[in-house]
Write a protein that binds this ligand. Structure first.
Ligand code: UD1
Length: 373
């Protein structure tokens, strides 16, 4: 009998689900994997399954792209009959993408318990679709695993019983440590050896959907590229908008790559002088790698990367980006330290907690004793 039905849908889910599936297998918890198909390109999905050794999904919903409403609704419609036929004791969702919320909502309404991995992160910015997914998923989750202690305060503020919250660390960092020795050297991905370079990723709607904001960002990056080569793996949303707005010439001189696989990205970040990003996960990965990170957003849901890690919040203002860049080049950037429980064992903590929790009835709190302080 399947005890846990695990859900993954979009690129940032795959590195989180990989160690969880492995830990469940290692502790003898029967699990199945469902891929919603929110991301579907070989470069955005298949390559991660191959690189990270994720088992082939037992179920594939093939929802594809769409507006938020369409995508969320399609996942819900297609997920319900699968849930009905598998009848797991619980479903496990990770992160904050549309697939996370859609599956959690279906399960909660059918009385199936929901486990949320990476709960409690808050940007307090409801313009981010992910923030809405986070808040709502947490409200209907039965067991909430957190990556940093600030998440507990966020959850308690929203009325969530702390007995349902477990501080286990960061499963995405489990994946990073497990794969670091297999990271593809930057010189191989780039096809040339750059003595020093910066890596840039941009895909947040707030940065790439508005022409004026995107133009300002690309111009600031163009200036940085004159003193330090900038390598930019291009997300499909960003590529589409650059073409639509007629900004292709603004990429001249940058090292543009298609979306890269996990091991290529790991190598690019590890060997970089600094990283500029609007991604959530990359703020954490650079902290784990000890590489300075400039976050091109006004807020972050991952404050530990600022307080303890190598991350600096810069925003999207071109002058602020140039100043932050010059500061890193002059002073070397933040050194940071590795946050508590980002030690490669988060998924095993989750599996041990589930061993005790799964046989219980709905309404039970977490019980493993690794309580969030
Ligand atoms: C989604 C997540 C975001 C995450 C990001 C990582 C939500 C609300 N957003 O945003 O949190 O940081 O993934 O990539 O869930 N496309 C392709 N191939 C694909 C997938 C998408 O070409 O395999 C294109 C489509 O044109 C699509 C666009 O990219 O319309 C955006 O994809 P979508 O999944 O809607 O959102 P992301 O911006 O990727």
């Amino acid at each position: 009998m399947t005890q846990v039905l695990c859900i993954a849908g979009a690129r940032p889910n795959f590195m989180k689900i990989a160690p969880v599936m492995a830990a469940l297998a290692e502790t003898g918890i029967a699990a199945q994997l469902l891929h919603t198909g929110q991301h579907y390109d070989a470069a955005m999905s298949d390559s991660f399954f191959a690189d990270l050794g994720i088992p082939r999904p037992d179920h594939h919903l093939e929802v594809g792209s769409g507006s938020h409403a369409v995508q969320t609704a399609e996942v819900m419609k297609r997920f319900e009959p699968v849930l009905e036929s598998v009848q797991p004791r619980a479903i496990l969702v990770v992160g904050d993408v549309n697939s996370t919320l859609a599956c959690a909502l279906v399960a909660a309404k059918r009385g199936v318990r929901v486990i949320h991995v990476e709960a409690g992160l808050r940007s307090y910015d409801r313009n981010m679709p992910e923030e809405i997914n986070r808040v709502l998923t947490d409200q209907i989750s039965d067991l909430l695993f957190i990556t940093e202690k600030s998440a507990l305060a966020n959850l308690v503020r929203e009325g969530i019983d702390p007995a349902r919250v477990e501080f286990v660390g960061n499963v995405m960092i489990d994946t990073l440590y497990r794969n670091l020795e297999h990271a593809v050297p930057a010189s191989r991905t780039l096809g040339t050896k750059l003595p020093q370079y910066a890596v840039l990723t941009l895909h947040r709607p707030s940065n790439v959907d508005d022409p004026a904001t995107l133009a300002g960002l690309l111009d600031a990056i163009g200036e940085i590229n004159r003193s330090l080569p900038v390598v930019m793996p291009l997300h499909p949303r960003t590529r589409g908008n650059i073409e639509k707005f007629g900004f292709t010439a603004r990429l001249d001189g940058l090292h543009i790559l298609p979306p890269v696989g996990y091991l290529e990205m790991l190598g690019l970040m590890r060997d970089a002088r600094l990283v500029l990003t609007d991604s959530g996960g990359i703020q954490e990965e650079t902290t784990a790698l000890g590489v300075p990170c400039l976050t091109l957003r006004e807020n972050t849901e991952r404050p530990i990367t600022l307080d303890e890690g190598t991350n600096t919040l810069v925003g999207a203002d071109p002058a602020a980006i140039r100043a932050a860049f010059n500061d890193v080049m002059t002073h070397g950037g933040k050194a940071g330290r590795i946050p508590e429980y980002w030690d490669g064992r988060a998924a095993m903590r989750i599996a041990y907690t589930l061993k005790g929790w799964l046989p219980q009835r709905k309404g039970a709190s977490a019980i493993s004793g690794i309580k969030a302080a």
